[in-house]
Design a protein around this ligand. Structure first.
Ligand code: CO8
Length: 289
């Protein structure tokens, strides 16, 4: 798999250089037209997806979201990858769903075709996903970031749910995840006025965990990914499952699930290795078992 990505990366660079209709081609022949995909980090253990539709400020057209899904599937299957970073450009993480694509859609088409239901993919990935947000994260762009597990922001990032200005409301978790992240008053204000918040306000309200200078954002997100990837993948997955359960369960149910997962860590070699390494004053060597 490592070979696959290295050679993919090479083929991609060549393809870009030759401007092959703007499409990135991998050794499998799978074309990526709207995103750049590679592996980052010293150990190549961080999957990296860059939204790359600059002329439309990374508006999330159907094709782009399908490609993000495909790339996530590939990283899920790649045992070398322990975390994934999704980013955009310095100007825009993503300016929302593609308004031009939606403009003439009817209710019947949306409802019958379950319009944009596949958007949920990012929130169902087992490996931790970090959003590195520079510039605009608006509408579906803000929702995409909120589907990720950790959000880092560049200091000029702007978050917003401006759907109200278009005569609609958020449809990919904007009213739900935003409210859980920042509380009712700010979420209500953002959804009902369409006003944006700055990176600093987003940090203050708990929407993002850290703010960095623009040029340091992506390297810092990759560093965070590397830190996570260095841990036991099976235990990381349990930690992620437990934190996510806090959004779905009552406190009693959540604590019960947490306890059971905690107990389950004792069925793994990695738990034994982690504690033994501590006692023996050496660095743990996790085998993801
Ligand atoms: N969709 C399509 N094209 C877009 C979008 C978009 N969301 N945003 C920007 N663009 C395009 C513009 O049309 C323009 O293209 P062109 O040059 O061909 O006219 C190009 O990107 C550059 O945009 P601007 O000239 O407007 O750039 P500015 O720097 O002046 O402004 C803004 C940047 C403020 C980001 C502005 O472009 C803007 O307001 N964009 C729209 C933001 C928005 O309303 N987003 C919400 C969209 S609705 C949504 O996301 C609903 C999600 C529901 C998901 C449901 C899942 C089930």
């Amino acid at each position: 798999m490592a070979m696959f990505f290295r050679s993919a990366s090479l083929v991609v660079r060549q393809a870009t250089a030759l401007s092959l209709a703007g499409a990135r081609r991998y050794s499998t022949g799978a074309p990526y037209q709207y995103i750049l995909v590679e592996k980052k980090g010293e150990k190549q253990d961080v999957g990296f997806i860059q939204l790359n539709r600059p002329k439309a400020l990374n508006a999330l057209c159907d094709g782009l979201m399908k490609e993000v899904s495909q790339a996530l599937d590939a990283f899920e299957e790649d045992s070398q990858v322990g975390a994934i970073v999704i980013t955009g450009s310095e100007k825009a993480f993503a300016a929302g769903a593609d308004i031009k694509e939606m403009q003439n859609r009817t209710f019947q088409e949306c409802y019958s075709g379950n319009f944009l239901s596949h958007w949920n993919k990012v929130s169902t990935v087992k490996k931790p996903v970090i959003a590195a947000v520079n510039g605009f994260a608006l509408g579906g762009g803000c929702e995409l970031a909120m589907m990720c597990d950790i959000i880092y922001a560049g200091e000029k990032a702007q978050f917003g749910q401006p759907e109200i200005l278009l005569g609609t409301i958020p449809g990919a978790g904007g009213t739900q995840r935003l409210t859980r992240a920042v509380g009712k008053s700010l979420a209500m204000e953002m959804v009902l006025t369409g006003d944006r918040v700055s990176a600093q306000e987003a940090k203050q309200s708990g929407l993002v965990s850290k703010v960095f200078p623009i040029d340091q954002l992506v390297p810092e997100a990759i560093k965070c990914g590397e830190k996570i990837a260095a841990h036991s993948k099976i235990i990381v997955a349990m930690g992620k499952e437990a934190v996510n359960a806090a959004f779905e369960l009552t406190l009693t149910e959540g604590n019960r699930l947490e306890k059971r997962l905690f107990h389950s860590t004792f069925a793994t070699d990695d738990r034994k290795e982690g504690m033994t390494a501590f006692v023996e004053k050496r660095k743990a060597s996790f085998q993801d078992k």
